[in-house]
Design a protein. Structure first.
Lengths: 103, 635
């Protein structure tokens, strides 16, 4: 890891990525894009781990990133399966229209 | 024959009418009227026959201590609290069962004709039989708990029978009034019983009385309290001041009911209660004074009210209140036997008067207003003669009537015993004048003068026989007890004084007694003559009095029973109704219902946030995270 990049810069990029993902979740109606945005948020978190690991010269951050990667893969598998069922049922992936469980 | 009389158990006496009630209540609706009548009147008739057998047994073989006790079964047994279902026959209850079953039977017989056209014929007899059974239970009870059962039971029957024609709301209101007003007295009585149990540890009448005599000093506070509370019960049941307001309204019931319950038997239960617990009263001289004063005041007030009533049954109702006032006067001066004697003769002549009034009422097609009656003497001769005898007995016409002997005894005792005073005697004598005046006013207005109204049908045998029997009893019933100046027969007091305390007069010497008797007899005759003068000779005079400004005001005041109804209405009924109206919306519920409403409002506000959209939830999570981080960073 080159020593030229300060920790703050890396964390700012990770935070920016996280916010972009969060905004994506909040503003997109399509469930597919919301899923994509969640992946971006996960990667932002992973990036923060890697950067922090590099700061202290430890491998833990990278190990944790691999965990997150595996978890994200599993999540996408379940998420896509759900999406498939939903698109079969509603012929649509607009999350706002699937609000029959409102209080 | 002796063996047979004594072989009949006591429990048959109340059990027979009770059985009649059960049969009529269960299958009375399906029975033909004739059968209902046979069961209704027959069961009471048999009970009267058994009562006579019991009386024959009692008189021929007086039991030890003067009491025949029959313990049927244990009613309640908890620890030391042991209440037996047991009956006791002593001289006092002997007189009472005779009056209740015998007069009751005559009234039942009368009712079979009087009520013949009524739709609810068997229901009427069911209630009447239940009443007789409970009344007999009341007078035969050997403990105060069982007595209280009968006491409340007859109150219930009174309520049911006053409201017998329940389709008219006024009758229902009269029934409720009677029930509620007597309940006030009953509450006092219940407290008296509890106090007695707490101190004496028993409710058995004889044991409790013996305990009281041994442990309470004369005039001790607890004796006075118990006596006054018992008096409260008696005052409610017997319609004395200040709880007399229910009896005139109770006339809403059928006339035989008025005769049986509201003249002959139930209303005299208060007199019976005081006589039964006379030991406590003798330990409480202040309570005795209260009894006597209540009696004297009631007899005067009710006598005045009876003078101006226009409804024939209300005249008799006020007259009943007034006569029970005499009994209370007798009790209050310690003339126990005299009071019970007057109870018996009053039962005869007042039942006779009510039954006679009933005969008049149905022969005029349910007309009760005496101003629309007149000249019935020739149309209804038997009713006239019996009614005249009843009125004479009520007015205590000297020498020939039963009422004279009993009332004379009470008046003499009110002068001569240690509790008596000339004032009480004067009140009684003034009452005698009023009694003579109002009873003969009734006779002269109803049976003399011009004929008014059409006699629709003449009463038949089953109405006339009870009238004649009761008329005979109203004449000869008094000869069992006559004053010293007139033969000095003491059969009745010899009998009752085996149970009740002896009445001792402090004044000896016959001149006073003879003088007082002559004065009262003179007053009575004066009253009769005045009634004759006012209502036969010069009918214009009472009419002029009742239209003069002062006279009409007094008339209205007396007609309404001295304004007690208005007073109680203002004092109790209206404030209570107002309070009920105020609380109708449950203001105190507001506290808890505000909590409920807040919960509902919070629910509807928060449920709006649950709109089912993922984005909103995600926003919520994000916002929460931002706030949490902000708190961590900024603090």
């Amino acid at each position: 890891m080159t020593a030229g990049i300060p920790l703050e810069h890396g964390l700012l990029i990770a935070a920016g990525l996280f916010v972009i993902g969060l905004i994506g979740v909040l503003v997109r109606r399509s469930l597919l894009f919301q899923l994509l945005s969640i992946e971006i948020m996960l990667n932002a978190a992973g990036m923060a781990f890697v950067i922090a690991g590099a700061r202290w010269g430890e491998a833990d951050g990278q190990v944790l990133f691999i965990f997150i990667l595996v978890m994200a893969a599993a999540e996408v598998a379940v998420g896509l399966a759900l999406l498939l069922r939903l698109s079969n049922r509603f012929r649509d992936l607009n999350g706002d229209s699937m609000s029959s469980m409102r209080g | 024959m002796d063996g047979f009389w004594c072989s009949l158990p006591l429990w048959l006496i109340p059990a027979l009418p009770a059985a009649g009630f059960v049969v009529l209540a269960l299958i009375g609706g399906q029975l033909p009227r004739r059968w209902s009548a046979v069961i209704g009147a027959g069961s009471v008739g048999l009970s009267a026959a058994v009562s006579l057998c019991a009386a024959a047994c009692y008189l021929s073989h007086p039991p030890d201590g003067g009491v025949r006790i029959e313990r049927l079964w244990t009613w309640i047994h908890v620890g030391n609290f042991d209440i037996g279902f047991s009956l006791a026959l002593d001289a006092l209850s002997l007189v009472m069962i005779f009056v209740v079953s015998f007069v009751g039977f005559l009234i039942h017989l009368y009712s079979t004709e009087y009520m013949a056209d009524d739709e609810a014929f068997s229901r009427f007899f069911a209630y009447m039989n239940l009443f007789v059974a409970l009344m007999l239970m009341l007078v035969l009870a050997d403990n105060l708990f069982l007595l209280y059962l009968g006491w409340e039971g007859v109150g219930l029957c009174s309520y049911l029978l006053i409201g017998f024609w329940y389709s008219d709301p006024a009758n229902g209101a009269a029934a409720r009034k009677a029930f509620i007003v007597t309940r006030i007295g009953d509450t006092a009585m219940a407290i008296a019983l509890l106090l007695l149990y707490k101190h004496a540890g028993t409710l058995d009448i004889q044991e409790a009385m013996a305990w009281a005599a041994d442990n309470w000093a004369v005039g001790s506070g607890m004796a006075v309290v118990v006596a006054l509370l018992l008096l409260g019960g008696a005052v409610g049941k017997s319609a004395q001041l200040p709880l007399q307001v229910w009896l005139p309204d109770a006339m809403a019931g059928p006339t035989p009911v008025s005769a049986l319950i509201h003249a002959a038997t139930m209303v005299t239960a208060g007199v019976y209660l005081i006589a039964r617990t006379h030991v406590v009263f003798m330990l409480a001289p202040p309570a005795m004074t209260v009894v006597a004063v209540i009696g004297a005041a009631t007899l005067l007030l009710a006598g005045c009210s009876a003078l101006v009533q226009t409804d024939i049954k209300r005249v008799l109702a006020y007259s009943t209140i007034s006569q029970i006032g005499y009994m209370f006067l007798g009790l209050g001066v310690g003339a126990w036997s005299a009071a019970v004697f007057h109870l018996m003769t009053h039962a005869f002549f007042k039942a006779l008067l009510f039954l006679g009034a009933g005969a008049v009422i149905i022969s005029l097609h349910h007309e009760q207003d005496i101003s629309k009656m007149g000249g019935l003497r020739k149309r209804l001769p038997v009713v006239f003669w019996t009614f005249l005898i009843g009125s004479a007995s009520l007015a205590a016409l000297p020498l020939v009537t039963a009422g004279f002997y009993s009332k004379d005894l009470i008046l003499w005792c009110s002068w001569s015993t240690q509790y008596g005073s000339p004032w009480l005697w004067a009140a009684g004598a003034a009452g005698a004048f009023l009694t003579a005046l109002y009873s003969f006013r009734l006779v002269f207005i109803v049976f003399f003068g011009d004929e008014k109204g059409q006699v629709e049908h003449r009463p038949g045998t089953r109405i006339l026989v009870p009238l004649v029997v009761l008329a005979v009893l109203s004449l000869i019933g008094g000869f069992v007890e006559t004053p010293e100046s007139l033969g000095h027969v003491t059969l009745f007091s010899d009998l009752t004084e085996t149970t009740l305390a002896t009445t001792e007069s402090t004044i000896t010497g016959h001149p006073t007694e003879h003088l007082l008797q002559a004065v009262v007899a003179g007053i009575t005759l004066l009253g009769v003559f005045l009634a004759f003068f006012l209502y036969i000779k010069r009918p214009a005079i009472p009419a002029a009095i009742s239209t003069s400004p002062l006279g009409s005001r007094v008339c209205r005041f007396w007609l309404s029973g001295w304004g007690f109804d208005t007073l109680y209405d203002r004092l109790f009924v209206r404030p209570f109704a107002g309070l009920a109206q105020l609380l109708r919306g449950d203001p105190f519920d507001g506290i808890s219902s505000t909590l409920g409403r807040a919960a509902v409002a919070g629910n509807s506000a928060l449920s709006r946030t649950q709109d089912g959209r993922i984005r909103t939830y995600a926003f919520g999570i994000g916002l929460g995270a931002v706030i949490a981080i902000a708190i961590v960073v900024l603090t």
